[in-house]
Write a protein that binds this ligand. Sequence first.
Ligand code: BF8
Ligand code: SF4
Length: 646
Amino acid sequence: MDPKQRSSDKAAQEMIDRMAKAGQENAWDRLEQQEPQCGFGRLGICCRICTMGPCRIDPFGEGPQLGVCGANVDTIVARNFLRAVAAGVSAHSDHGRAVAEVFLSAAKGKTPDYRIKDSVKLRKIAEELGIETKERPDNEIAVEVGEIALAEFGKSDGTQLMARRAPAPRQKIWQEAGVTPRAIDREVVEALHRSTMGVDQDFKSLLMHASRTALADGWGGSMLATDMQDILFGTPSPGRGDVNLGVLKSDEVNIIVHGHDPLMSEIIVEAAADPEMIAKAEAAGANGINVAGICCTANELLVRHGVPVAGNFLCQELAIATGAVEMMAVDVQCVMQGLAKIASCYHTKLFTTAPQAKIPEVEHVPLEEENALKIAKGLVTAAIENYKNRGEINIPSQKETGVMGFTNESIKYMLGGKFRASYRPLNDNIINGRIRGLAAIVGCTNPKVPMDYTHTELAKELIKKDVLVLTTGCATIACGKQALLNPKDALELAGPGLREVCETVGIPPVLACGSCVDNSRLLVAASEIVAEGGLGEDVSDLPLAGACLESITEKAAAIGQYFVASGVLVVFAKELFPYQGSDSVRNYLLDGIEKDFGGHWALESDPVKAAEMMLEHIEKKRDALGINVKKERKLYDMEERRALAV
Ligand code: BF8
Ligand code: SF4
């Protein structure tokens, strides 16, 4: 297949072509070998939960309509959806728990290589949790915060504390629907229990629990991960960064960190900056050590330290195929097993570092938190020693610069200044119509659709229509590659109102907000925008919509469902939503759920049409808020002016 059909990114096209010529396989080739993929799986109408199965429902109504246990298509599809959500929630929350554990060890002074970096955020969260902060040292406060955070994963009673950040009407909706999330582990366990053979056989009840489980992620596991990471590694603030394979250096030792959890990658960055390591690299004939990221680890490091990004999900194999990567260290999630094969074609040393994630034939160097820097230096040394083994290298030239690292805190700061950081200017500009609304573009890159294309086209369509875009995950990297995070270039593409506001404040029209767990930042931002006033009482009143047109993982289902259950419209690509085999499930998720939560799913694969759908939703919300009504210009006489004076 023509590389242009596989990716809209020129660097990726070049590498895909190179790999084809070298007879090397990548995800696109393996997808072709898998085709035609199973039609039952695509519709979500197969069940292999018990050994009376696997069972499948005939979608044409002619063959079997019930599984051996009597489960109908609605139950089977709803169970598959719930299980996907639960798996996604568990991924985010296991990441969050690992961070919370290290956070607590750091607070107790047991891990010399991790320290509490953001005292301001620590104290803010401590106060939110009702912990006394006055005249107490950071570490003492952090122990209490860490203990509370860790308990959120498995506490035996009560509901998620962070869910209290949602607007009051939203919390009421959850209470009345019975979906306020309890301990994260409990929701995941209950999801698996309910969806096993012979338990919950009411599709609506299964889908309600999908909402509850997903909320335990957005307002629990992911939110805790983000907050603990900010305190431990520093809350991001906007800074410059480079994106795409061109960040690899021909004359330096290239190290790639890939995965999600920043515990190891943060320390590798620190180790690589050590003068002793740099001297070693120079002694090996290199001009330095270059650390670059892939996937959400890249986003974590980019937004905090401006560490360059080599690429998103589908770039992982391509990066190794440049021949210029001395070492790749991976932790959890979105790491392709195919890496081992491509690494064996080059000199690249591949290491797994997370206790949960090993790959056969790949050396496992587990992160020990008490010894983190020493272990990281060992990995960096392995990379340096491998430099001499480099063969021919082919690094594509493409790279783009952008401004990244927007958070709830930094957006308010950029808008309102240090002393009156607030969403007021944003709300005012939405109310006066310069900005029509907000959109979240999130998620992955999937070989079934041309890589990066839908994310970036959607972003362009939306900013053209004066919608401020917030982005996370691999979508952020896609936008970075197409210069959409570069204020100068991207503002050329923005509508006049959005452009005026962004130029005044000095921000791009597409804001890079971090990794996939950082979608929780968007929930907090939405809640604070509501609290600022003038845009309704709840998240569902906001002119706001989300989209993920290149989803791949179960995490995307969890994120989509927590946005929907928080009151947001979420658009996914039709062919990447494998739960359409039941009319009841489909109708509920696309429509009926709006009555319960104010948000709903929508399916559209074309980015231009998806943008239209989101804009229509945004305008509908603006109409409901009454902010689309043009106010007549009133000429005041002196008497009326006096009455106005405050
Ligand atoms: O958690 S966007 S491909 S890297 S799943 Fe994976 Fe998707 Fe990328 Fe980050 Ni999120
Ligand atoms: Fe078949 Fe029912 Fe077992 Fe599923 S749970 S595999 S539908 S018998």
